[in-house]
Design a protein around this ligand. Structure first.
Ligand code: NAP
Length: 341
């Protein structure tokens, strides 16, 4: 029986892959956008990506903003489940942290309140690994698990990390107080890589774009957990079908990659291209961070590797993670093919 799934932030890099997978499997999707123009962009990119473009008939759109109450109740009518992905994800952290925290937290609560009012029980929320790993270290070098929570009050937490941690906390608090009316799963991906569906891609792909531009003489000694966007989308869609995921957070990650590992993956995919793989001494990055806010963001992560336990994603949601070294290479080739770099 096809379901109708409301996907908020449907124009996002990850959400477009979620919408694609839902439409491919025959579900009806109501995608939320911020404007009519964005609705047209969304339809155009899905038209190209779908194996059968007639499936686009199952897509409708509604206009919603995380910062306004308008339209949320109407958006929930006849909806079977909500996948709430919308949240600001800026490359450069804003001076005023509330520019990202307020839409993230208020938006999550708007989605949950409207779902509850309409009797929509099932909600999957796109949280982030930054709600798990920020400013906390598991003891004895063990891997991070879903039991770990970031410390949003730490000075080391960026506005974005705070926004995701506080939004996820607010969502679980809402569920706890909702008298059992909402069945929530949170999906917590690490840095998402892999080919976008169109040229309107988000912040995470800009990391690979930066490697490809090869303008930085050296790379900072930082790294990230990484996961393919198609696996992130599958995790959201699978969660809808797996009742055991209700009440759970699920970390989604393939592997930790240093910036230099990413650069090497790009070089392997594009051997003729000049790619910088030299790593900058940490003191240089710390110094540059005094002047450049995009660099300041990574100062606390210099030299820190991490490991993440993904048993839940593999065993509960059945995710067999793609190798993100391949995903990074594929993304780099895609960016070059599209003339972006
Ligand atoms: P993205 O491409 O920037 O998508 C963000 C989406 O949120 C867009 O559809 C955007 O709309 C929408 N949005 C932002 N502010 C909004 C507002 N005030 N009202 C309504 N919609 C708003 O980023 P993404 O990478 O796909 O991220 C999607 C979700 O995954 C976010 O919750 C993010 O925190 C989470 N996540 C991302 C990563 C990653 O590495 N990419 C990792 C972990 C978690 P417009 O298109 O109109 O701007």
């Amino acid at each position: 029986m096809p379901r109708t799934v409301l996907v908020t932030g449907a124009t996002g890099y990850i959400a477009k892959h979620i919408v694609l997978q839902l439409l491919e499997r025959g579900d009806r999707v109501r995608g939320s956008v911020r404007s009519e123009k964005r609705a047209g962009d969304l339809r155009a990119s899905l038209q190209t990506a779908l194996s059968d473009p007639t499936k686009l008939h199952n897509l409708s759109t509604v206009t919603l903003d995380l910062t306004s109450d308008d339209g949320w109740d109407a958006a929930m009518v006849d909806v079977d489940a909500v996948i709430h992905t919308a949240s600001p994800f800026p490359l450069v952290q804003p001076k005023d942290e509330n520019e990202v925290i307020r839409p993230a937290v208020d938006g999550a609560l708007r989605a949950l309140r409207a779902a509850q009012a309409a009797g929509v029980r099932r909600v999957v929320l796109t949280s982030s690994a930054v709600a798990v790993i920020t400013a906390v270290r598991p003891s004895n070098g063990r891997a991070y698990t879903e039991a770990d929570w970031s410390d949003a009050s730490s000075p080391a937490a960026t506005p974005y990390a705070k926004s995701k941690t506080l939004a996820e906390r607010a969502a679980w608090d809402f569920v706890r107080d909702s008298g059992g009316s909402i069945d929530l799963t949170c999906i917590n991906p690490t840095l998402v890589v892999g080919p976008p569906l169109d040229l309107d891609y988000g912040t995470s792909i800009e990391v690979i774009e930066r490697v490809l531009r090869a303008k930085d003489p050296m790379l900072p000694n930082v790294g990230f957990g990484t996961v393919d966007v198609r696996d992130v989308a599958t995790a959201h869609v699978q969660a809808l079908d797996v009742p055991e995921s209700i009440g759970q957070r699920v970390l989604i990650n393939d592997r930790f990659m240093w910036f230099a590992d990413m650069a090497r993956a790009v070089k392997t995919a594009l051997p003729d291209r000049k790619i910088v793989t030299r790593v900058a001494p940490d003191f240089v990055v710390r110094f540059l961070g005094l002047f450049d806010r995009s660099i300041a963001t990574i100062r606390n992560d210099l030299g820190k590797s991490l490991s993440i336990d993904t048993t839940r994603a593999r065993e509960l949601l059945g995710i067999a993670f793609r190798d993100t070294r391949q995903s990074v290479g594929e993304t780099a080739r895609w960016l070059v093919d599209k003339g972006r770099v």
